[in-house]
Ligand binder design. Structure first.
Ligand code: GLC
Ligand code: MG
Length: 259
């Protein structure tokens, strides 16, 4: 019986170190009958499938693409998930509102979906500067009475998502759909768009190569259920599988904490 939902980001988490990935794939191979595997990525489905081919990734049951703005489950679009994204989401109005922002450059059409509006920042920014930018953007949305989640990643990417979307929301949706408890879920990530799932009420692992915006969040919040691994890329996922009390095993620690 499958008693673990493993939701992992792709770029710079699962993918980035071929040796570590091969070792993890070996471990997952032996556990495959017990794990629901889901890839949660900012990429489009086409981009994620291309990466799967290039890097020889295992076939997952679920593809949560476009930062949790689309869900493919066992090869079929999950329409119930799609329906809940429609609430309080006005993509054309958001796009019109931000069209005059010269510091935002629209990402290519391949990265846009009905439930994801994505930009690059003309000038990458981090720390307080990024915080200020985010505040200004949120105030503009409030003023226009428009709702959207604002997700910054890697200092230069900005995604606007429906209030009900995101990697965390899709993880919760799948956990309930599969009838699992939160402690039967493990999420793995490295950047800002992973924050919502790493902050959820389930287990999480942050790779040692995490991006500054994720580290800054972790320093503030330090969730008990989040392992800050000293291993990078796929090795951190293996570390979590070996350390945390998953798959009916008692872990060596009661909480994730720092290794
Ligand atoms: C991926 C997507 C891009 C998105 C970024 C951060 O790179 O291709 O559209 O902005 O992830 O979520
Ligand atoms: Mg990533």
């Amino acid at each position: 019986m499958k008693n673990l939902l493993l939701v992992t980001d792709l770029d710079h988490t699962l993918v980035g170190d071929r040796h570590a990935l091969a070792c993890l794939n070996q471990t997952l191979g032996t556990l495959r009958s017990r794990i629901h595997l889901v890839y949660a990525t900012g990429r489009s489905l086409a981009g994620a499938r291309q990466l799967q081919q290039e890097e020889d990734l295992l076939e997952p049951e679920g593809w949560a693409t476009g930062v949790g703005s689309a869900l493919l489950w066992c090869g079929e679009p999950d329409l119930a998930w799609d329906r809940q994204l429609q609430h309080h989401w006005d993509r054309p109005a958001l796009s019109a509102l931000l069209s005059s922002w010269s510091d935002l450059i629209l990402q290519p059409a391949s990265e846009q979906t009905p439930y994801k509006l994505s930009y690059e920042l003309a000038k990458p920014c981090m720390g307080p500067e990024a915080h200020q930018f985010e505040q200004r953007l949120r105030a503009t949305l409030r003023h226009a009475d428009l709702q959207a989640q604002v997700v910054f990643s890697s200092g230069c990417q900005l995604d606007l998502l429906p209030p009900a979307a995101g990697k965390g929301a899709v993880t919760g949706y799948l956990q309930r759909k599969l009838g699992l408890r939160p402690d039967q879920v493990l999420c793995c990530g490295d950047s800002g768009n992973d924050r919502s799932m790493l902050g959820g009420p389930w287990w999480g692992v942050m790779v040692s190569n995490a991006r500054p915006e994720l580290l800054a969040w972790w320093r503030q919040v330090r969730p008990d259920t989040l392992l800050r691994s000293h291993c990078h890329h796929a090795a951190a996922i293996r570390h979590a599988l070996q350390t945390l009390p998953l798959l009916g095993r008692e872990g060596s620690q009661g909480r994730a904490g720092e290794p």
